[in-house]
Write a protein that binds this ligand. Structure first.
Ligand code: MN
Ligand code: MN
Length: 307
């Protein structure tokens, strides 16, 4: 491993905010084209590049869905508990479901129902839980564990197993966390080191090989990860990366959220187009902005700088 100068707090906080705001932006932008094919999108929108809401959920412009809402649940649980507390995460999910969210995936719903009825904090292993539902909400764990790969791996899998207990999902959750850590710590290094580590990751786990890109963007975690890698590494700015991803359709709000999170961590808040920032639901914007700062400030890397 090359040694990298540790960026200062301001740089890290900017990348953390870029990641959380980027996730919400990707969700809001991609929800419009969720479940559409690239051909259908082209016919209806030409190129989809404005946050206009609608889609199969009939959203308002700037409204977000479960990807952002479940991520906020995890962030809030850490903040309220002043630390990692899996039961608190499960409680946040339970309250969220009881509030009748606009969308909730079936595997997530099943896991949360299990918790409500039996206080189960880990669903049984299942090859049917290889969806992207645990991956789409793991960002707060990566922010809170910045500086410790061991804590990242432990917490990210614990939160995953509340609803999804599958090795492909676990592997993706851990690796996305590492990419986020690396993007935040190598604040000035851009995509280079991330690409290098992603290449060795797909060598080790060939299921996730994305080159040549198979073109599937379903909620199956392998399709999702391939789509995210393809657009992240074939573009050099936040806007192109997001537009390419959401115009691929399929589970576009989730691939959008994930690519927005990674690209946001690479390019920072200033890399996100202003027209998208203005459109994002302002309450969501201020909550993810505030949570991102809180979580990295309490991570192993930054908490030592504070009293
Ligand atoms: Mn969603
Ligand atoms: Mn989705």
């Amino acid at each position: 491993m090359q040694s990298v100068r540790i960026p200062d707090r301001k740089q890290i906080v900017d990348k953390a905010k870029g990641a959380f705001v980027g996730l919400a932006i990707g969700d809001a932008l991609g929800a419009t084209t969720e479940f559409m094919t690239p051909q259908e999108i082209k016919l209806q929108y030409g190129v989809h590049k404005q946050i206009i809401g609608k889609g199969w959920l009939y959203l308002k412009a700037g409204q977000v869905t479960d990807d952002t809402e479940m991520s906020i649940c995890i962030g809030r649980a850490i903040q309220k508990s002043k630390g990692w507390n899996l039961s608190a995460v499960a409680e946040e999910f339970a309250d969220w479901v009881k509030g009748r969210p606009i969308d909730v995936g079936s595997t997530c719903a099943r896991g949360i129902r299990n918790y409500i009825l039996h206080q189960t904090l880990e669903v049984k292993p299942s090859r049917w839980s290889a969806g992207n539902g645990a991956l789409m909400r793991m960002l707060p764990v990566a922010l809170y564990t910045l500086g410790s790969e061991a804590l990242l791996a432990q917490y990210v899998v614990e939160q995953a197993h509340l609803t999804h207990n599958n090795p492909l999902s676990d592997t993706a959750c851990i690796f996305f966390g590492r990419l986020l850590h690396e993007a935040m710590m190598g604040a000035e290094l851009g995509l280079g080191p991330l690409l290098m580590h992603t290449k060795s990751f797909v060598n080790e786990y060939p299921d996730f090989c994305y080159d040549p890109y198979p073109g599937k963007s379903s909620a199956f975690v392998v399709d999702t990860v391939q789509t995210v890698f393809h657009f992240l590494f074939s573009t050099d700015n936040f806007e192109d990366c997001l537009i390419g991803t959401v115009n691929q359709g399929g589970d576009a709000d989730t691939t959008g959220a994930l690519v927005g999170m990674l690209a946001g961590a690479v390019y920072g808040v200033e890399g996100i187009p202003k027209r998208w920032l203005k459109r994002l639901d302002s309450r969501v914007y201020s909550e993810v902005d505030e949570l991102a700062e809180y979580l990295v400030d309490h991570s192993p890397v930054l908490s030592s700088l504070k009293d």
